[in-house]
Design a protein around this ligand. Structure first.
Ligand code: SF4
Length: 193
């Protein structure tokens, strides 16, 4: 759920300023979503969750420096900063619930190969093994829950499709195991890769 709300004057202003176009609105929405993701990461590690992944250290740094709007209306001045924020490569956090991770996209090593000039990654084409991933304990838990769902589905699915579902479930559990075996708390984050 969105934790941040743009103030009403700014929101309605976007509707009437056609020349700024849909891109400005998308930039604001994307930047607010990134701020929400940063807030969830800060809350997670502050609550004792561990974090893993090749971009884990970068994610912690990015979250510590991300704009904070928790508990208050986002000021209209943020709208002017949103686009500039998104162009700062390697420090914008994108929630990727379908891939059970946070993407801290750096365009030069993004396996999904974002379009030239695009700021967001192509999350719908997220690749395992990308160097821009970070996971918290919550992601590992969701990976295991998804694996259990797939196993239940596999039990009702004969033939090769059932076999593939079980293989997918195993792959998700291996990813969760990798998290458990490599994750660190905020206090031991200096040991992250
Ligand atoms: S492949 Fe996935 S983790 Fe890597 S940049 Fe693209 S969306 Fe992010």
């Amino acid at each position: 759920m969105r934790r941040t709300v743009l103030d009403a004057g700014t929101s309605s202003g976007y509707g009437s300023r056609a020349r700024r176009g849909v891109h400005a609105i998308l930039d604001v929405e994307t930047a607010l979503a990134a701020a929400d993701t940063a807030a969830r990461l800060r809350d997670g590690v502050a609550g004792g969750q561990k974090i893993s992944g090749p971009a884990a250290r970068r994610a912690l740094t990015a979250a510590a420096h991300a704009p904070r709007f928790e508990g208050r209306i986002v000021p209209g001045t943020f709208a002017k900063k949103a686009s500039a924020l998104l162009t700062r490569d390697g420090i914008v956090l994108y929630d990727s619930p379908d891939a059970f991770l946070i993407c801290v996209v750096k365009h030069d090593n993004a396996l999904c190969e974002p379009d030239p000039g695009a700021t967001p990654p192509r999350q719908y084409d997220c690749w395992p093994g990308c160097g821009n991933t970070a996971r918290m304990d919550a992601h590992a838990r969701l990976l295991r829950e998804r694996a259990d769902d797939l196993d239940q589905l596999a039990a009702r699915t004969p033939g090769p499709l059932g076999t593939r579902l079980r293989a997918n479930a195993n792959r998700l559990r291996e990813t969760a195991d990798t998290h458990d075996g490599t994750a660190h708390t905020a206090h031991t984050a200096d040991r992250l890769a």
